[in-house]
Design a protein around this ligand. Structure first.
Ligand SMILES: Cc1cc2nc3c(=O)[nH]c(=O)nc-3n(C[C@H](O)[C@H](O)[C@H](O)COP(=O)(O)OP(=O)(O)OC[C@H]3O[C@@H](n4cnc5c(N)ncnc54)[C@H](O)[C@@H]3O)c2cc1C
Length: 451
């Protein structure tokens, strides 16, 4: 059990590397992207590469929220088959990304390993692999104890077995979205940071402009890629787009010699080599703060399967509850909005999950025996209530696109941006985006949870 002491939202500081901002708001562009996380930056890059005029507005800093705080794993263990096409395309795009953006994004891989101490989780992994038969993008396979060393000798030898994702990888969240955004800027995109979009305006039912804290930008296309704030932005347009949040902790440890070169998972949590020889550790434990959206969708959420590997508990946080209530109210175009009041969202420390994680890492991987913690931070993951995400136009509002609610938004972010750019430019999407359509939430479709 994790101990959670309330832990609302604290004013955050970005962990991501800073990039140049454009000081002048363009009067008019073809597309405005709201949000500078993986999805917004990737959408902007894809559009700019195709010669489309695009402005990306970010209320805080590029990758200030989830995209700069993630564990960094590009992976798909235990995810449902419906997600595999998007993930497989994203993995290809991540592999090509360092060259495409001409920058170090801390890419480690390809290859990702999950280590098991005993038979129970190994059996669950094997069953998951068996259930994925026939899905061509799926490459994961089991490794016997004596094969693990050949993947990376630093993983140690005292393992029952492992799951290996040869197409999995890792990237450095502090570097990746900023590098993508910088490349988009070089290709002509306008990147305006510290620039909250307060309202999205329509004329004759179609998208007409956005009103930001710095003024108006005329446009006929808007992409909402606002992460956890996407629900609030959708509510401004009277669209129902409920998402849940998961607060989680991360640890960064000092550089060490002889650590694993591969990223992966132990029963204690995730590990990922950083570019300076340090490591990021993340835990599968977290808390779901109870918010008005959770209460409204409680019946659907009760049908969620309990994942054996996750330790995610509901928790009360009055400040988070009230923040969501305020965020879902109409924001005024001419006064300070909730988005400016929360430039960078950062959950307060959520308990003692990281101490147990570090202890476990010390025990499991010989090279981690004496690790020294240099940083501890938190982030908020978010997902659509059915845990699938939304990559979609919106039938009732021509010119509006949604890219949000993908729990593994780092893994899927690269392909999500490509798909959104395909949709906006009228190109056939490389992947089938129909499962991710927005209208499933409002057309009476049966609620289905997707692991
Ligand atoms: C601790 C942690 C570990 C994780 N580990 C992994 C992992 O290993 N692998 C994986 O695949 N995923 C992981 N994730 C999830 C992943 O980080 C997210 O799914 C992904 O970053 C989401 O990207 P995004 O672009 O949708 O949202 P975000 O990164 O949240 O970006 C949205 C941006 O929109 C901006 N914004 C919102 N409203 C406005 C407005 N009105 N005007 C202007 N800007 C606005 C916000 O400031 C924010 O910067 C992790 C997340 C956390 C927190």
């Amino acid at each position: 059990m994790i101990k959670f002491k309330g832990g609302g939202i604290a004013p955050g500081v970005s962990r991501a590397v800073e990039i140049e901002t454009d000081n002048h708001l363009p009067d008019e562009v073809e597309v405005v992207v709201i949000g500078g996380g993986f999805i917004g930056c990737s959408t902007a890059l894809n559009l700019a590469e195709r010669g489309v005029s695009v402005a990306l507005c970010e209320k805080g800093a590029i990758a200030g929220e989830a995209s700069g705080r993630a564990a960094g794993l590009v992976e798909y263990e235990h995810l449902s088959p419906i997600k595999m096409e998007l993930i497989a395309r994203s993995m290809e795009l991540w592999r090509e990304m360092p060259e495409r953006v001409n920058a170090d994004i801390g890419y480690t891989g390809p290859g990702l390993v999950t280590l098991y101490k005993d038979e129970k989780p190994a059996l669950a992994a094997k069953q998951w692999i068996d259930s994925m038969q026939g899905i061509t993008a799926m490459q994961a396979r089991m490794l016997a104890a004596n094969e693990i060393n050949s993947i990376d000798p630093a993983l140690g030898s005292d393992w029952h077995s492992a799951l290996y994702q040869p197409n999995g990888a890792a990237i450095e969240p502090r570097l990746a979205a900023p590098a993508i955004a910088s490349r988009a800027q070089e290709k002509g995109a306008k990147l305006i940071q510290n620039c909250a979009v307060r309202t999205i305006e329509r004329q004759a039912g179609k998208i007409h402009s956005v009103i930001t804290e710095q003024g108006e930008i005329k446009t006929s296309n808007v992409v909402i890629a606002g992460g956890t704030w996407s629900s609030s932005l959708a509510a401004q347009l009277d669209l129902k787009l409920p998402q849940l949040m998961i607060f989680a902790e991360m640890i960064s440890v000092e550089p060490l010699s002889d650590g694993p070169a591969i990223a992966g998972m132990t029963p204690a949590g995730y590990f990922r080599p950083q570019t300076d020889g340090g490591y990021s550790f993340g835990t599968a434990a977290g808390v779901i703060p109870i918010t008005p959206s959770i209460l409204k969708n409680l019946r659907d959420l009760m049908s969620m399967p309990t994942d054996v590997d996750q330790e995610i508990l509901p928790a009360l946080s009055l400040s988070t509850f009230l923040r969501e209530m305020k965020a879902n109210r109409k924001q005024a175009a001419d006064s300070l909005s909730i988005y400016e009041q929360h430039r960078i969202l950062q959950p307060e420390f959520v308990g003692n999950t990281s101490s147990a994680m570090v202890e476990g890492m010390r025990e499991y991987i010989p090279a981690f025996a004496d690790v020294k913690i240099r940083e501890r931070y938190t982030g908020s993951l978010f997902a659509s209530m059915d845990n699938l995400g939304v990559i979609s136009s919106v039938k009732s509002i021509p010119g509006l696109y949604l890219g949000t609610g993908l729990l593994y938004g780092l893994t899927t972010g690269a392909a999500t941006g490509e798909a959104l750019a395909d949709m906006i430019t009228g190109k056939k999407t490389r992947i089938d985006v129909s499962p991710y359509r927005y209208e499933r939430f409002i057309d009476g479709s049966k609620f289905e949870f997707h692991p």
